[in-house]
Design a protein around this ligand. Structure first.
Ligand SMILES: Nc1ncnc2c1ncn2[C@@H]1O[C@H](COP(=O)(O)OP(=O)(O)OP(=O)(O)O)[C@@H](O)[C@H]1O
Length: 321
């Protein structure tokens, strides 16, 4: 099913000579789609146009089969939107804010209260929902913003830089939430980031923008050059035979059917067969296997990461696909 599509979408602000979006034609389907580009690439502009909040200079777009030029209001009732910047009233409690946003989206009061409590629990703010949001950490604010995007049971969510300003642990938590929305709840997600590395872990499809132009739009697995290779680093003492931790980990992974090889101080792990649920699920399963293997061996897992430099590779290769 097509979730959204744009055709030659162009946006110039004011009399600007430079287009913030330049002749963008792209289709987005179900699952999690990462919208990636450097700062100023046009990600927020695209989202605002798709929500019917900003008129394009030229071109067309449809969201859930609604025309962005004439059906903005209908789009906003079925789409959940998490804006990039802080939009939370500091003197409101999260529960009141999310209930209010639910009502603004058309939910009756009782349903809004029930849904608000549910979504705040889903995003991990069950305990803190009665606190004023002005006292929230950045991670809690991002969760509250996510909750208000979900309260009205949207058919699509657009998340603008949900990991902005988060420390690594909070970023991982947020990415896990985004993945749950797309994969467990089955709601299509369009999520932006200026970091490809964090989105390739959770997205099924990646769209890359460069100065308002489409650079690439591909399944994440294809995007990774069909390698999907993961690098693993472990730390630990040699065993009684003097075999070091890296070699033990490599042997243990191989014994569990994983194809891997040493590469410098790291272990290069080949991707598993892609599961029916998709590439992101297959990568999750591989990560779990690596983590469990390290735990069973009693070695420390320093990192598990896709081979790096993808975004740079894309920009270096250039050219739309
Ligand atoms: N209201 C505006 N008026 C004029 N120019 C704007 C406006 N909003 C955005 N721009 C310009 O349009 C271009 C695209 O900006 P946009 O915010 O869409 O990019 P982005 O990819 O979301 O970047 P970021 O990650 O920094 O938010 C940039 O050059 C930006 O300076």
């Amino acid at each position: 099913m097509g979730v959204l599509e744009t055709r030659s979408l162009t946006k110039r602000y004011g009399t600007g000579a430079v287009a913030a979006l330049d002749d963008l034609t792209v289709d987005v389907g179900t699952g999690v789609t990462g919208l990636v580009g450097a700062n100023g690439a046009g990600k927020s502009t695209l989202i605002k146009i798709l929500l019917g909040l900003l008129p394009p200079t030229s071109g067309e777009a449809r969201v859930l089969d609604h025309d962005i030029r004439t059906e903005g209001e209908a789009i906003r009732t079925v789409v959940g939107y998490m804006p990039e910047h802080d939009c939370l009233p500091p003197d409101m409690r999260a529960i009141d804010f999310v209930v209010h946003m639910g009502q603004v989206s058309g939910l009756p009061a009782a349903a809004a209260r029930e849904r608000a409590a549910d979504v705040l629990r889903h995003v991990g703010l069950a305990e803190e929902r009665y606190r004023l949001m002005g006292g929230y950490s950045t991670g809690m604010k991002q969760r509250a913003k996510l909750a208000q995007a979900l309260v009205h049971d949207p058919r699509l969510v657009m998340l603008d830089e949900p990991t902005n300003g988060l420390d690594p642990a909070a970023r991982d938590d947020m990415l896990a939430l985004v993945r749950r929305i797309g994969h467990d709840f089955g709601i299509p997600v369009l999520v932006t980031s200026h970091l490809l590395g964090e989105l390739e872990r959770i997205s099924d499809h990646v769209v890359v923008l460069d100065s308002g132009r489409l650079l690439r739009s591909e399944a994440t697995s294809a995007f990774l050059g069909d390698t999907g290779v993961v690098l693993v680093e472990v730390l630990g003492d040699p065993d009684a035979d003097g075999t070091d931790a890296q070699t033990r980990m490599g042997q243990a992974l191989a014994a569990r059917g994983v194809t891997c090889r040493p590469r410098g101080g790291l272990i290069e792990v080949d991707p598993p067969d892609v599961r029916p649920e998709g590439a992101a699920a297959a990568r999750d399963a591989l990560r779990d296997l690596v983590r469990d293997t390290a735990a069973d061996l009693g070695v420390g897992l320093v990192r598990v990461q896709p081979q790096t430099g993808r975004l740079e590779d894309v920009f270096r290769d250039g050219g739309a696909r």
